[in-house]
Design a protein around this ligand. Structure first.
Ligand code: FAD
Length: 470
């Protein structure tokens, strides 16, 4: 009997739980529901939507290799998903619907509504665990609570991980023709921003697999030493592919094990450090389910709700446009806007600068990141922002505030990354690139610092202290 597979953030045919399980039961028809206005309301911008669009094209071609058609519907809003899927189920006389679970709140509500509607109409619904090793709720503390701190979470994760969870899911085999044809995929309407050059982020699982192989060959073994230096490009740059499921965490970990004597937590330090980052990704998905307030624009640390963020549109604009006068901050922001991606060290530096130095509500920064990131993912982005703003899990203690000049000296020692992103500073010495002196600035198209580090630090400390003793 026909099985429907609803693809969402799992745009691949290999190691895809829903697809694999469905294909084992009968001929498969794939579905993609485009929900543009909902995704835009969630804050995703042109870079992510364009990457997604290209990913769906690649997926359709790949599915055709198995004679699996891909139906495409523009439904705009999640609320329309139950009806759209029911209609397809009825038209195709399908037996059941399969999908891989997604964990942010609106996505979970959407899936519950879909399951209810289809089950009531007599269809089977199979919601699979795929994006994580442990479904949220499966990995709890001794007191049956969700972990609030990463290290014990990751220890439990390693302890309980077994070969079943790591096993790759079977590839579907080419099926007899279903008599259903794939739909054409309508072009994306014009979006507010133009997307970055698609060649920076070629879509699809083959592009992702190539990237993984290159990372393992050239960079992974030095990851622990090079991951913090934006100029080295020592990280995998796989985040957009993980975010849309063009590669799975299992594929990543299997590749690590084949390079590291079957180990994930011992052996090569570069590889084990990298595994840890993939666990962070899972951790934040658990947090979104365990503490759904974070999906409602609320801080994880509830006492920080009362923090008095500053209204400062000028400061915010300077931050967005990379004109704060702190070169490492500005270089990061320019990278974000020009490439749709920012190095992790700089995400931390720029996020802390906005939320601490400028004391501007982290939610404004979170939204700006999502608008530009090709890898924009609610859970990781929210987790990262709340960490930086000291409102989140594991949060940087409130008195911790990176000195942007020291960060530049440590992580871009020659100022090469700064020079690349800020051509106005390229002619300066390394030392001056980190903090251009006043007299040098007079002849440059680059602004002086918009805040004084020490004064800004004090202001942030005072604001947080006020929370403790109002
Ligand atoms: P690698 O270093 O190669 O890591 C491998 C993978 O692990 C990444 O692709 C990513 O999927 C995951 N990962 C790495 N670091 C983290 C982390 N700190 N938290 C969660 N997952 C992680 N990541 C996103 O995927 N989407 C986001 O929207 C996002 N927003 C962020 C916002 C802020 C303020 C901060 C501080 C971090 C954010 N991150 C986000 C996490 C991290 O910065 C990126 O995942 C990473 O820079 C991607 O580069 P990479 O693929 O080369 O990572």
């Amino acid at each position: 009997a026909i099985q429907l597979v609803w693809f969402r953030s799992d745009l691949r045919t290999l190691d895809n739980t829903a697809l694999s399980e469905a294909a084992a039961r009968g001929p498969v028809i794939g579905i993609f529901l485009r929900c543009l206005s909902q995704w835009q309301d969630h804050g995703h911008g042109a870079n992510k939507l364009d990457f997604l669009q290209r990913g769906v094209h690649v997926l359709r071609n790949e599915l055709e290799g198995y004679r699996i058609p891909l139906l495409h519907r523009d439904i705009d809003r999640f609320e329309a998903a139950p009806e759209a899927l029911l209609e397809i189920a009825e038209q195709t006389s399908a037996e059941g619907l399969h999908f891989n679970q997604e964990y942010p709140l609106n996505e979970r509500r959407r899936d519950e509504a879909v399951a209810k509607k289809l089950r009531e109409a007599g269809f089977q619904v199979h919601a699979h665990r795929d994006a994580v090793a442990f479904a949220p709720g499966e990995l709890l503390t001794k007191d049956d609570d969700y972990y609030k701190v990463f290290t014990p979470f990751s220890k439990a994760w390693h302890r309980r991980l077994d070969s079943d969870r790591l096993a790759l899911k079977g590839e579907p085999v080419a099926q007899p023709a279903t008599g259903v044809d794939s739909d054409p995929i309508p072009a994306l309407p014009e979006l507010e921003d133009a997307p970055v050059d698609g060649r920076l982020w070629p879509a699809g699982q083959n592009a992702a697999a190539d990237r993984l192989q290159r990372f393992l060959r050239y960079r992974a073994h030095h990851y622990n030493q090079q991951r913090d230096f934006p100029e080295c490009r020592g990280t995998s740059e796989l985040s957009p592919y993980l975010a849309l499921g063009m590669i799975s965490w299992r594929q990543c970990l299997q590749a690590v094990m084949s390079e590291n004597d079957s180990h994930l937590a011992d052996g090569d330090q570069g590889l084990t450090a990298w595994v840890n980052e993939l666990i962070w990704r899972e951790f934040y998905q658990h947090i979104a389910v365990g503490f759904p307030r974070v999906c409602r624009y609320r801080p994880f640390q509830e006492d920080t709700e009362a923090l008095k963020w500053r209204d400062d549109d000028q400061g915010f604009a300077a931050w967005c446009e990379g004109r704060t006068g702190y070169p490492i901050v500005d270089a990061g922001m320019r990278q974000l806007v020009s490439q749709g991606w920012m190095h992790n060290r700089l995400r931390m530096v720029t996020a802390m600068f906005l939320s601490k130095h400028l004391l501007i509500d982290w939610r404004r920064g979170e939204a700006f990141f999502l608008r530009h990131l090709v890898d924009g993912e609610f859970c990781s982005n929210n987790g990262g922002w709340q960490w930086a703003a000291s409102t989140g899990t594991d949060a940087a203690p409130y008195f911790r505030l990176f000195n942007p000049t020291t960060q530049a000296q440590r992580f871009d020692p020659q100022g090469e990354f700064i020079a690349e992103q800020l051509p106005a500073l390229a002619e300066l010495s390394a030392k001056q690139r980190h903090a251009p002196p006043k007299d040098v600035l007079e002849n440059l198209d680059y602004p002086p610092p918009i805040v004084d580090h020490k004064a800004a630090q004090q202001r942030a400390l005072d604001a947080f202290k006020q929370l403790k003793n109002p």
